[in-house]
Every structure is written in C-alpha cells, then in structure tokens.
Ligand binder design. Structure first.
Ligand SMILES: Cc1cc2nc3c(=O)[nH]c(=O)nc-3n(C[C@H](O)[C@H](O)[C@H](O)COP(=O)(O)OP(=O)(O)OC[C@H]3O[C@@H](n4cnc5c(N)ncnc54)[C@H](O)[C@@H]3O)c2cc1C
Length: 472
C-alpha cells in the first residue's frame, strides 16, 4: 500500500482519491478552498441556490464507459434529469432548439430552412458518425471519413454553409464561432443520443456525492489547506509543505491544480513539455466567462439555455453579440416556490479575462464594472422578456477574477483550452518530466477539458500510482 497525497479537491482530485482508495492505497487530499469540488460548485444567496457548473454531463448514457465512471464516483446517485433540449436560439421571433433524437433535430433544421437541406443532411450525417464513434449508435462504416470535412472547419465556417441566419446563429453561438466544428458535432451527438444530461441535485450535490464517496472509502480530506511546495531529494518528492506551515510525506504526489500558474511554484521545475506544447499551440486558446444571476418568477417559456442577440448598444458595451440565459426550474430546491434562478453568461477570451483580473485589484472600479454589466444584462433580459420588467432581483455577478480567486486558475479559466479547426484533442501523458513520483491529473491534459476529462485524468493518475507502487 502506498500513501498518495493529492493537491486539489476538485473533480480530478476527488476522482484520483476514490480510485486510489479502491486500489487499496491511502489517499490524502489537501484543498486550498474551504470546500471541495473546485469548479464543480454552487452557492447560496439567501433562499436562492446558484448552480455554477454543469450544463451537460457527458456520460449519462449507460452504454458508455464514462457512465460507469460517474456511477463509481457516486455522481449519479441522485438520478439523472434529461431535459428536452440543451439550448434554444431565437432570431426575429423564430426559435430552434438542440432537441433530443437525431431525427427530431434533422426535422427541426429542415423546418426552419428547407433550402438548406443539403448542408443539413451532411451535418446530421456527421452527428450520426460522431455518435457511432462515441459508442452511442451501432455500426456504420466510414464514420471517420464523414467527419474529416468538419475537422477542417470552425463552428463559424460550418455555420457559413447554411443560408438561414437562425441556423447560422444556432451553430456559431453555442460554443462560439472560433471553436472547432468537431467539438460542436460531438456535443450534438451526445445530447441527441442521451449522453449529455444533468445529475439530479445539480453541480454542488454532485461534488458533495464525490466527497462522501471519498470519505466513505477512508480518504483523508483537509480543506482550507493548500500545498505551497513539494520538497525533493534529487528527483523524488518526499514531502509537501502546506499553507498552514505543516509538512506531510507520501510515496506519490498527484497534482490537479491548473499547472500553468501552479506547477513551477510547487515543483520548482518547468512545465512538463507536453503541457508546454499545448500552451504554445496557436490552435488552442484560453477563455472564461462573465455571469449574472437573478431571482425570477416562473413560468418561463424556454428550457435549459436560451441564446438571443442583444441590442447594438449592449453588444458594444459587453463586447459580445449574444447573451445566453439559463434557468433552473427543474430543481425546485434552488428557489422559493413559483420562482427560479435565471442566470446569464457570455464568453470572454484571454485578454479580456486578464483585464478583468487586473481590474479586480481595484475594488471600487471592479464593483462599478460588475454593476454596469448587471444593469446592461438585466435591461437586455427585459427587452427580450418584457413581462419580467420589475420582477428580476440581482443575486450575484461573477467574472474570470472570481474563478482565479477560488481555484487559482491562470487567467480565470474553468475549462482547459478551446480548440479550433484542424486540431484533434489528444490526451497528453500524466508523468512530470524527470520526476519519479509526481503525477499529473488535470483537465489541462486534454482540450477542451470538462468534467469527464478531469475525472478520467484523476482515475488515470491513481492507476499510474498503483502501477508504479507495484513496480517498486
Ligand atoms: C460555469 C461553468 C460551466 C461549466 N460547464 C460544464 C459542463 O457543462 N460540462 C462539463 O463537463 N464541464 C463543465 N465545466 C467545467 C468543469 O467544471 C471543469 O472542467 C472541472 O470541474 C475541472 O476539474 P479539475 O479538478 O480538473 O479542476 P478544478 O475544478 O480547477 O480543481 C482544482 C482544485 O485544486 C485546488 N487548488 C488549486 N491550487 C491548490 C493548491 N496549491 N493546494 C491545494 N489545492 C489547490 C482548487 O481550489 C480546486 O478546488 C464548467 C465550469 C464552469 C465554471
């Protein structure tokens, strides 16, 4: 049996801990925040719960290996909520939703624009091919061939194949137009085939279930205690120095925090070469988003996410064309009866994230900026849904600076890199260059990150520690 110290109690860290315990090892997690979950989280504002993570959890279809992993980790213990649509776009009063069932999606697209039948058929064929590759649909030869064309396109280029403006918006606004269209196609495949749903209870509950699983297997958890440095003898890490001044020793150390800002600080070494190459790859970019949450009366006439084009002045003020809304009426515990939490978000790229983080150093300016954002967003919601006028109450505003503060992620990101066209997301190895017993488990090992990537990275790190300990 080996003792394994895990730095970070997000999804990757909890997964590493659970799999390490299941393999018979001792696992200790140090998490710098006061609670576990990392980006898989939610928080209370009075009697309202703000769920700030899962829009879709890949791996809710029991045909997949990822489903088995979520079951092992306890995430699906409360059941699965399967919404009828993942998102809806609206343009000039017409709506189009990513609905369940590939035939339904095809019919919805043709209904909006019969003239686009040719690109629709090609796109639907690609979604089907992606579903086969994910193990969600049987058979079908030539799947990879069907996807090559889309591998070469961004979502914006894919959208440009269609003549109808609503379909163009539908394809380019969800993951943003620079995202590789392959990424979009796989999300569509997962949703249409019942593999991208929500764990009941939401993000915070999912994190709590993983934590309970870790503790029930005998894991040791210290929250509010960060790791500040690993102490080495030659290329073997012997101990970790903690932010409470104490030290702890172990046979293996698994690092799960965003490596860009943390790896050098913790190990005194340069970023492992595979991660460095990803950092320098021009097809990968960092992003984050800005969010507002409001209390809101029910009913609302849309499900899940709703994307619409803002007025020209709001586009200029927020620096983005579309606003995405999200409502949570499927979780009755999030708000008092007859109400829900209505969230808004828009993406921002690395320079804007850094700007926001720099701004947050000046408390008064940062507060003013957040107030302006909330005002603009609220006005846009009311412009689109006039019946909500006077009925929304601002609950919170959070930005890339918030993510940086709570998880330590460089430039306030919460996923790893968004990938562009002509990029195939590959998993990079988890061994730290030259360090014998330091193992990586982070979503940054594979673009675009996300919960399955983090949990898989945690599992792989535990397996690596297990293999190395047996070899020793
Ligand atoms: C708004 C939002 C929406 C999202 N939507 C989805 C979605 O729909 N589907 C999906 O799959 N994913 C989604 N994600 C992404 C998902 O949450 C992340 O990919 C995942 O949680 C990353 O997990 P992680 O463990 O790799 O990293 P993190 O969550 O960053 O965890 C790292 C942990 O390490 C801790 N830490 C950092 N430094 C130290 C230190 N020195 N010592 C000790 N602890 C330290 C941090 O506090 C943190 O808890 C979303 C995220 C957000 C914020």
């Amino acid at each position: 049996m080996a003792k394994i110290i895990i730095v970070g109690g997000g999804v990757a860290g909890l997964s590493a801990g659970i799999y390490a315990l299941m393999a018979g090892h001792e696992a200790v997690i140090y998490e710098k925040h006061t609670k576990t979950g990392g980006n898989l989280t939610g928080w209370q504002r009075g009697s309202y719960h703000i769920d700030n993570c899962i829009h879709w959890l890949t791996g809710t279809n029991d045909r997949t290996e990822t489903y088995k992993m979520w079951r092992t980790l306890g995430v699906l213990e409360g059941g699965i909520y399967r919404p009828g649509s993942l998102y809806t776009c609206e343009l000039d009063g017409v709506r189009l939703s990513l609905c369940r069932g590939i035939e339904n999606l095809e019919a919805a697209l043709i209904n909006v624009s019969p003239a686009d039948i040719k690109p629709i058929r090609g796109f639907i064929g690609a979604v089907r091919a992606a579903a086969v590759l994910c193990g969600l649909e049987d058979g079908g030869k030539g799947c990879v061939l069907k996807l090559i064309k889309y591998y070469k396109m961004t979502a914006g280029e894919l959208a440009a194949e269609f003549s109808h403006p609503l379909i163009r918006m539908f394809l380019s606004s969800f993951l943003t137009e620079d995202f590789g269209s392959l990424g979009l196609i796989f999300v569509f495949a997962c949703f249409c085939y019942g593999n991208a749903d929500l764990p009941r209870g939401g993000s915070q509950k999912a994190a709590e279930r993983m934590t309970e699983k870790f503790l029930s297997l005998g894991g040791q958890l210290y929250t509010g205690v960060g790791a500040s440095k690993l102490l080495f003898r030659k290329n073997i890490a012997e101990r970790v120095r903690l932010t409470n001044g104490k030290e702890d020793d172990a046979d293996f150390f698994i690092l799960t925090a965003d490596p860009d800002p943390s790896y050098k600080r913790l190990t005194g070494r340069k970023l492992p070469s595979a991660l460095y190459k990803m950092k320098k790859n021009g097809r990968l970019r960092r992003f984050s988003s800005v969010h507002c949450a409001f209390s809101c009366p029910l009913p609302l006439d849309f499900e899940s996410d709703f994307i619409f084009e803002m007025t020209a002045d709001a586009q200029k003020s927020l620096g983005t064309k579309y606003l995405a809304l999200r409502q949570f009426s499927h979780e009755s515990s999030y708000a008092p009866e007859g109400e829900t939490v209505l969230q808004s978000f828009f993406f921002c790229r690395e320079p804007r994230c850094r700007q926001m983080i720099a701004l947050s150093e000046n408390k008064a300016e940062y507060k003013k900026t957040k107030e302006n954002i909330a005002r603009t967003v609220q006005n846009q919601i009311i412009t689109r849904f006039p019946s909500l006028s006077g009925k929304l109450k601002l609950l919170d505003v959070w930005t890339p600076a918030t993510y940086k503060k709570f998880t330590g992620a460089g430039c306030g990101t919460y996923m790893s890199y968004a990938f562009s066209s002509r990029y195939l997301p590959r998993l990079c190895g988890n061994r730290a260059d030259g360090l014998k017993n330091v193992i990586l488990a982070t979503q940054w090992q594979q673009a675009p990150g996300g919960l399955p990537t983090a949990a898989n990275a945690g599992r792989a790190a535990a397996e690596t520690a297990d293999r190395l300990s047996k070899r020793r």
